[in-house]
Design a protein around this ligand. Structure first.
Ligand SMILES: Nc1ncnc2c1ncn2[C@@H]1O[C@H](COP(=O)(O)OP(=O)(O)OP(=O)(O)O)[C@@H](O)[C@H]1O
Length: 266
């Protein structure tokens, strides 16, 4: 039986001035509807490349990505992406940035009044409804990320793809956005794939953590997959006391550390 999202033997080779460069090989992943999956691995191992293939922004050289049995070939609103640095349009207000996406996706499906209400509802979800008229230049990094998340959610994506969404934020803002993301995930049940460098973040948020090998000449692939069996809703302070949390954390740390010492290990 196929899963909701299937990556089947995905490989990516880039053409460069110095000849072909193999970034990924043989990545096979099955992700269920509503699952929260983190991707972790050393810098440059191919995490963004993998996410871009799922987003439809980059074609796979080999293999396929199937979402509900349909092959992913192009970007689409059912796979919304949130990047590390926000990608809001600076000349539009907070409201307009989200409304534009809503208008694009629901041009036929919703009336003007419904699109207005939907825009506000998504900004409320990330607690940015009090800053509708501000422009990105007037917002903090955390606020911009909130608007980016609202815009992605407003498209009602089947899959939310996040490339180090909180990487550029201070620890407190990061924690508050992690809380917001957990609430949203609990209420909407989206499938989420998130790249992170932060082991605690991965354990706190994920159902499974996909650990990537470094690749080297041969290209990176899935090394290990760790299931995080911690009950939800999760409270970071309570979790910190749980042996399962410490076990999961140690397993990821061990994987990354061993890859650091033996970079070529598959
Ligand atoms: N367009 C491209 N052309 C050639 N090589 C590329 C291209 N994009 C990425 N690469 C190479 O592919 C490899 C994987 O890059 P990628 O950005 O996916 O890594 P990453 O794991 O997301 O890194 P980081 O954690 O530092 O963001 C790197 O060696 C990178 O230099």
């Amino acid at each position: 039986m196929k899963s909701h999202l299937n990556l089947e033997n995905v490989g990516v080779e880039f053409r460069t001035a110095r000849g072909p460069f193999r970034a990924l090989r043989d990545v096979t992943l099955r992700i269920e509807r509503g699952e929260f999956v983190s991707i972790i691995g050393h810098s440059g191992c191919g995490k963004s490349t993998l996410l871009n293939v799922v987003a439809g922004l980059l074609p796979a050289t080999e293999g396929v990505v199937l979402l509900e049995d349909r092959e992913v070939k192009d970007p689409g609103p059912e796979r919304a992406v949130v990047f590390q640095s926000h990608s809001l349009l600076p000349w539009l207000t907070v409201y307009e940035n989200v409304r534009m996406a809503v208008d694009k996706v629901f041009a036929d499906g919703k009336t003007r009044a419904e699109r207005h209400a939907w825009t506000l509802a998504n900004l409320e979800r990330v607690r940015m409804h009090y800053a509708l008229e501000k422009r990105p230049g007037e917002l903090s990094g955390g606020m911009k990320q909130r608007v980016g998340i609202a815009r992605a959610l407003a498209m009602e994506p089947k899959v939310l793809l996040m490339d180090e969404p909180f990487g550029a934020l201070d620890a407190l803002t990061r924690a508050s956005l992690q809380e917001a993301l957990m609430e949203i995930h609990a209420s909407l049940g989206n499938t989420v794939i998130m790249i992170t460098h932060d082991i605690d973040e991965a354990v706190l948020l994920s159902d499974r953590i996909v650990m990537m090998t470094n690749g080297g000449e041969a290209g990176a692939t899935v090394g290990e997959i760790l299931a995080v069996d911690l009950p939800r809703p999760r409270d970071r302070l309570v979790l910190a006391e749980k042996p399962e949390y410490a076990r999961a954390r140690a397993a990821v740390l061990k994987f990354l550390y061993e890859r650091e010492r033996h970079p070529a290990a598959a």
